[in-house]
Write a protein that binds this ligand. Structure first.
Ligand code: XLS
Ligand code: MG
Length: 343
């Protein structure tokens, strides 16, 4: 039995299309996904703004809220909560050069409009968390934007959201690259600095994604620990990544079990979840996966996460502390490896 609550996004069950090839699976409607998420043991759903209201650019604020209430009714039908809403600022023509840091004033205003609507949608769904994956907040041409001005624009954009709703919480999901060449906020350390510069730092935190830390050449458990140290790990995106290449959103733990063990351990050791935080997945099935196996990667990720929880519970802290006191780290490492391998 897990001590955690789990969340997942509808985009984690997808058609298999990627930058280099078309769909390989049939599209699945939101209600079918909700029903399956509940069966699999998820407690909440993560959303982009346009997952909730697909044609929101064409609607008024009141129409957007009305559409969001329909999705809330669907969540209620399946006993699911909404974890967060993320403005999708990387698909729209207005966001080709980024949103908050776009070189176009009109596009920066569009990004703020979508962010305010995301807050409206979150409120209708009954949640108080906005996630900003800053996909295009960076440059493709280094001289196109000033890193100083862009960082200040990012802080000001978040301040706008904090003023728009005086209790909303904003969470940056850092990623050092892809689809952008030079990100302005690529690690959880950048996120903590941006948070501290806002008008209400306690309402601005981080969403650490395992793969994004690996892409930055950093250790996911350490990155989670850094945000936990400041009380600002508002959520996580658990997955895996085979080294520094394109973002793979692999099932949790399938590439590096020791890293998976330490990610679960740092959460368990530091009370993550006690303030309602969810363990979020951000995983995608392989392109070769069949329609009937569309949810296997979610099942696998939950199973590996929960298996690691059991390993952490078996971790003999007294024995480990003794080895640490005696600086017997070779022995400690082998103890952990035997625990993980079950030998
Ligand atoms: C990137 C983001 C993305 C979601 C949330 O990893 O998590 O997958 O769209 O914005
Ligand atoms: Mg993610």
């Amino acid at each position: 039995m897990s001590q955690f609550k789990f969340s997942v996004g509808p985009w984690n069950v997808h058609t298999g299309a990627d930058s280099y090839g078309p769909e390989t699976r049939k599209a699945i409607d939101l209600e079918t996904k909700f029903a399956r998420f509940r069966e699999l043991g998820f407690d909440a759903v993560q959303f982009h703004d346009d997952d909730v209201v697909p044609n929101m650019n064409d609607l008024t604020e009141e129409q957007i809220k009305a559409e969001a209430r329909k999705v809330k009714a669907l969540l209620d039908k399946y006993g699911l909560k909404a974890e967060f809403v993320a403005p999708r600022l990387w698909m729209d023509p207005h966001t080709t050069d980024g949103g908050y840091t776009s070189t176009s004033k009109e596009d920066r205003e569009f990004a703020m409009w979508r962010s305010y609507r995301s807050i409206d949608i979150a409120r209708e769904l009954g949640c108080d968390l906005i996630v900003l994956w800053l996909a295009r907040e960076g440059t493709l041409c280094a001289e196109a934007k000033s890193p100083v001005e862009a960082t200040r624009q990012l802080v000001e954009a978040i301040n706008g959201m904090l003023r728009y709703d005086d209790s909303i919480r904003v969470c940056i999901e850092p990623k050092p690259n892809e689809p952008i060449d030079r990100s302005f906020c690529g690690t959880i350390g950048h996120v903590m600095a941006v948070s501290a510069a806002t008008i209400d730092p306690k309402r601005v935190g981080g969403n650490l994604e395992s793969a994004h830390a690996v892409l930055a050449g950093l250790d996911p458990a350490n990155e989670m620990g850094f945000a936990l140290a400041f009380g600002k790990l508002f959520t996580v995106h658990m997955n895996d990544q085979n080294g520094i290449r394109y973002d793979q959103d692999k099932s949790f733990g399938v590439e590096n079990l020791r890293s998976a063990f330490n990610q679960v351990k740092v959460l368990m050791d530091n009370g993550y979840g006690q303030n309602g935080e969810y363990v979020g997945l951000d995983v995608k099935a392989m392109r070769t996966t069949s329609d009937e196996d569309s949810y296997e990667h979610l099942k696998n990720s939950l199973a590996i996460f929960k298996a690691m929880e059991e390993k952490v519970k078996k971790y003999d802290r007294a024995y480990a502390d003794e080895l640490i006191r005696e600086k017997k780290f070779e022995q400690l490492e082998m103890y952990v490896m035997k625990l993980i391998m079950g030998i």
